[in-house]
Design a protein around this ligand. Structure first.
Ligand SMILES: Nc1ncnc2c1ncn2[C@@H]1O[C@H](COP(=O)(O)OP(=O)(O)OP(=O)(O)O)[C@@H](O)[C@H]1O
Ligand SMILES: [Mg+2]
Length: 331
């Protein structure tokens, strides 16, 4: 019996930082600016950092570091990067028996180019990570856990979203979902039957507005709409502004712990979501879960890499994580 089984992507990431990556304003790019270097030049990269990422493995590492029996369902290639992902999970004492290996596709690979101002551009090859098949899911008789943490299942992986939820639901495993763009784009009407299986739904404010087809600012209306579809907890993250959470009756609002320095926000969403669920497993209390999710995310953004900085159980005793203002109001 596992405490938590996670599902989602697994990647090899490389972070490159150079003073020679320049930021130029240019409206031809969707963000209005571009990260640039000279074509034909050789650019020195003094800082290089290898790590693994992907929602399934990031969340699994949070749970394992909090002392929970954990396994990740994900897919890598039959290459050195894939072996690296497996080694990382093993080192973290997270179960790897459901890490599938694709013969045709390479392990997902991200190159993260960090500019001197801390902003970054991510180049992504999704590779094997998006080719999970139904046959990669555990048999129903092996699917024994308290919680199933579903990190974003996008691209081809979206095909198994429904069957994965159904296996867990049939086995009485509680489900937490951080949806992918594919599920958000389905819209609420199509998502509703699937959401009835979900106990915790975690998404950022833009995703929530898009799913409900409501204006971004209509926060309470968004919650009322999502609460009607979910018989559990809705978690809306708002980046550096913090988080708002509803259980259908009450709203909790919290900012973030002050960070020493924002080094890299890759994986902040995974850190908060998995930290929140870990908090609920440790103590069935929403205030406590907000603190653990938030502490995990703040500690993460202070480090480079999606897993670096994720908290261990002993870290929770740090006085730094004791005080976070949380306001509770009726919905
Ligand atoms: N500097 C920070 N930037 C962003 N989030 C932070 C920061 N510090 C702490 N956090 C916490 O991390 C959570 C991450 O949520 P965010 O809204 O950024 O998720 P997201 O947009 O889904 O992120 P991702 O791109 O990782 O999927 C926030 O709700 C917040 O509590
Ligand atoms: Mg996210």
């Amino acid at each position: 019996m596992y405490d938590v089984i996670t599902i989602g992507t697994a990647t090899q990431d490389v972070f490159l930082k150079s003073r020679d990556f320049k930021v130029l304003k240019d409206e031809r790019f969707i963000t209005g600016q571009a990260e640039c270097f000279a074509l034909g030049a050789k650019i020195e990269v003094p800082d290089i950092f290898f790590t693994t990422g992907g929602g399934a493995t990031n969340a699994a590492v949070t749970f394992a570091r909090q002392g929970f029996k954990t396994a990740a369902i994900c897919k890598v290639g039959k290459d050195a990067s894939g072996q690296g992902v497996i080694n990382d999970l093993r080192k973290e004492k997270a179960g790897v028996k459901w890490v599938a290996r694709d013969v045709g596709e390479a392990t997902a690979f991200s190159v993260i180019l960090i500019a001197p101002n801390g902003e970054r551009t991510i180049l992504v090859h999704r590779g094997a990570s998006e080719y999970l098949k139904e046959s990669d899911l555990p048999d129903a008789r092996d699917f024994k856990a308290k919680w199933f943490y579903v990190a974003p299942l996008g691209g081809e992986n979206a095909h198994i979203f429904e069957s994965a939820l159904k296996i867990a639901n049939k086995n009485g495993v509680k489900i937490a979902v951080n949806p992918s763009k594919t599920q958000i784009k389905m819209g609420l009407k199509e998502m509703r039957p699937l959401l009835s299986m979900v106990s915790i739904f975690i998404l950022n404010q833009e995703e929530a507005a898009l799913l409900c087809d409501l204006p971004f600012k209509e926060e309470k209306l968004i919650f009322k709409t999502l609460d009607a579809a979910i018989d559990g907890i809705v978690v809306m993250t708002k980046g550096p502004k913090g988080v708002v959470i509803s259980d259908g009756k009450n709203l909790w609002r919290a900012g973030t712990y002050p960070e020493k320095e924002v080094v890299d926000r890759t994986g902040a969403g995974d850190a908060f979501g998995s930290g929140f669920v870990a908090g609920l497993l440790l103590k069935n209390d929403i205030d406590y879960a907000i603190k653990i999710g938030s502490a995990n995310a703040t500690s993460k953004v202070e480090h480079m890499g999606a897993k670096t900085g994720l908290l261990y159980k002993k870290d929770l005793n740090n006085p730094r994580w004791k005080k976070l203002e949380i306001k509770k109001e009726q919905l």
